[in-house]
Design a protein around this ligand. Sequence first.
Ligand code: ZN
Length: 326
Amino acid sequence: MSLLDKLFSKEITRRTGAHAINIYIENEQKRKRSRARGKKAIDSTNIAKNNKTKTTVTTKKLQGSFLQRLDTRFPWLKLIAVCIIGFVAILDLCDLTISHIDDTNNHIKIAPMSKHVRVTERILKGKKLIAFTFDDGPSNITTPKLLDILRDKDVPATFFMLGNMARNNPEIVKRAKKEGHIIASHTMYHQNLIRISAGAVQEDINETNAVFQNLIGQVPNLTRPPYGNINDNVRKFTGTPLILWSVDTLDWKNRNVDSILTTTMSEIHDGAIILMHDIYSTSIDAVPVLIDTLRKNGYEFVTIPELAEIRGVNLTAGTIYYNFRP
Ligand code: ZN
């Protein structure tokens, strides 16, 4: 087989398996026989030419299918076919690679946020933008229910997860990530970071980072320190922007859907960061009601990085953000 034939057969094998290669080999043998006959035919043609007889004799002598004759007479057609198949294969490969990156998000630091923002910017034009944030989870009882609601309502959220909760519920963390939510840090054990030593803060952050690196292949790039308590140690050792809130639903305290709705609607504003906790069933029950009511009032939901990007805010480590008003 020529190099071209080998390439051709390799491509066929890749696409359709061993069956295809067997068919190809059979066809190749037929083509060889046909070529041999073709050569005889061409020889005859030359003789015929010499004898000034008509070249149609050659055509009559060419046996086999139309494709075989085509292959014999126009061998460059195969080259074109190989080029086309090669081109399609390269396109396929690119597509596979991109899907792979999207799925794992580990290998190459692409900018899914920017891409998403470009898409959402058109949809969100003129809308008031807000971000749901959920703290203290993930819980194996309530968080999956919340993820179902967010998926059904097509709402992205930012989860400030505790490292120890994440470690106990790895599949929920992975699911949240896969479904387009932002996985952010609420530290390892919900310690009050301003009451512990610098070394203890550093240790907590390192442990948290290790948990998320292990689970989703990256460390969180946003932090919400427990109780919103921040000092120089926290600023220095978290090494991420510090995200607080502007709308406190008090869901942890009131544990009542109506109360959560009333509190939220009285404080809501364009660019708000809404604080909730995904470990209480009443908070989860309030979410669809909040989504529907807020949407009716012209609000749309985005993640914290999206909100910052749309509002032109360049998030920086150690800086505290309460909201992203226009
Ligand atoms: Zn908390």
